[in-house]
Design a protein around this ligand. Structure first.
Ligand code: ZN
Length: 131
């Protein structure tokens, strides 16, 4: 398993980490298999979505804030229940196929690290499994 860190700058943020994942894949020299991207955090997530228009991640985060407001009828004493809920909705991992040494992603797809309780320094774990 390989890891890299991501420094987030805001409470909520989506950061394109595709280049870091591609670099780990290249170094692995695996031609075919699967690539698992996992975040070991309870208030962060990973998702795949559009990389071309920065308004897409902006709209995703804005709508998430409306649907899951920061302050609500939450019991969790740490005060970051909204971030926990968002993290569970998105999930802690994504699996991407590897074919011919490349990630199988659509033209407009990128892998995004999703921060929901930043700013913080976070870890992203990547495992390339040959198949
Ligand atoms: Zn918490």
């Amino acid at each position: 398993m390989r890891q890299f860190s991501v420094k987030t700058q805001a409470r909520s943020q989506m950061i394109d980490v595709t280049a870091q994942v591609r670099s780990i894949l290249r170094e692995s020299r695996v031609e075919n298999g699967i690539c698992v991207v996992f975040v070991p955090h309870t208030t962060a997530a990973v998702t795949i979505n559009e990389n071309a228009d920065p308004d897409v991640p902006r709209d995703i985060l804005a709508q998430l804030d409306k649907t899951i407001p920061l302050r609500g009828d939450y019991l969790h004493s740490e005060g970051n229940s909204a971030a926990h809920i968002k993290a569970s909705l998105f999930g802690a991992s994504e699996t991407v196929l590897v074919e011919g040494g490349s990630l199988v992603l659509g033209t407009w797809q990128s892998i995004f690290f999703c921060e929901f309780d930043g700013p913080r320094t976070r870890q992203v774990c990547v495992k390339i499994i040959p198949a």
